[in-house]
Design a protein around this ligand. Structure first.
Ligand code: 5GP
Length: 186
């Protein structure tokens, strides 16, 4: 059996990362998604244990104290973190694992797992990002403002990634990501 790999995706929210990650999981059915824990509220359509493990702030803090996270971050007043257990289970079962985390989380995963492949998805522009987030209509105005501010910060990290893929056209971006993965696993 080939050695399982870790592919870590980051991008400012609204850059199309979730759509690309879902497409990759469809194209590579043997891959597993690393389900993060979060304290943010569930969006319509999200499933507990599938999209995120939705927990309270108290539970999250307990897990921090128990050293259960490989990495965690707090932003937009919410906590997000990757559980060690999730990675260990996937790797010991031989599953290549896909992560969707923020830029700092990605770099922290790489510190612990130096072979992890980091892929950054770039949105066409901040204006376009704003439009996409508005269309998604899942955030309050205040959350939207914070997400756009954060997007600027995240973009400044892109050169630290192994691959940078521009999402100007979604289909092209999906194809580029698939090629990267095929190259890395071959
Ligand atoms: P959203 O609330 O839109 O689902 O996610 C907000 C941000 O949190 C995104 O940039 C997403 O990639 C990031 N994120 C999700 N899970 C994790 C995690 O486990 N660790 C870190 N560091 N960021 C995460």
């Amino acid at each position: 059996m080939a050695k399982p790999k870790l592919f870590v995706f980051s991008a400012p929210s609204g850059a199309g990362k979730t759509t690309i990650v879902k497409d990759i999981l469809k194209s590579f059915p043997d891959f597993k998604f690393s389900v993060s824990a979060t304290t943010r509220k569930k969006r319509p359509g999200e499933i507990d244990g599938v999209d995120y493990i939705f927990i309270t702030e108290d539970e999250f803090k307990r897990k921090i104290e128990n050293n259960e996270f490989v990495e965690w971050e707090k932003f937009y007043d919410y906590y997000y973190g990757t559980l060690k257990k999730t990675i260990d289970e996937n790797l010991s079962n031989g599953y290549t694992t896909i992560f969707e985390v923020d830029v700092k989380g990605a770099l922290n995963i790489k510190k612990v797992y130096p072979d992890a492949v980091l892929i950054f998805i770039v949105p066409p522009s901040i204006d376009e990002l704003k439009e996409r987030l508005k269309k998604r209509n899942t955030e309050t105005d205040e959350d939207l403002r914070k997400r756009l501010e954060r997007a600027q910060m995240e973009l400044s990290y892109k050169d630290k990634f192994d691959y940078v893929v521009e999402n100007i056209n979604l289909e092209d971006a999906k194809e580029k990501v698939k090629k990267i993965i095929e190259k890395e696993i071959s």
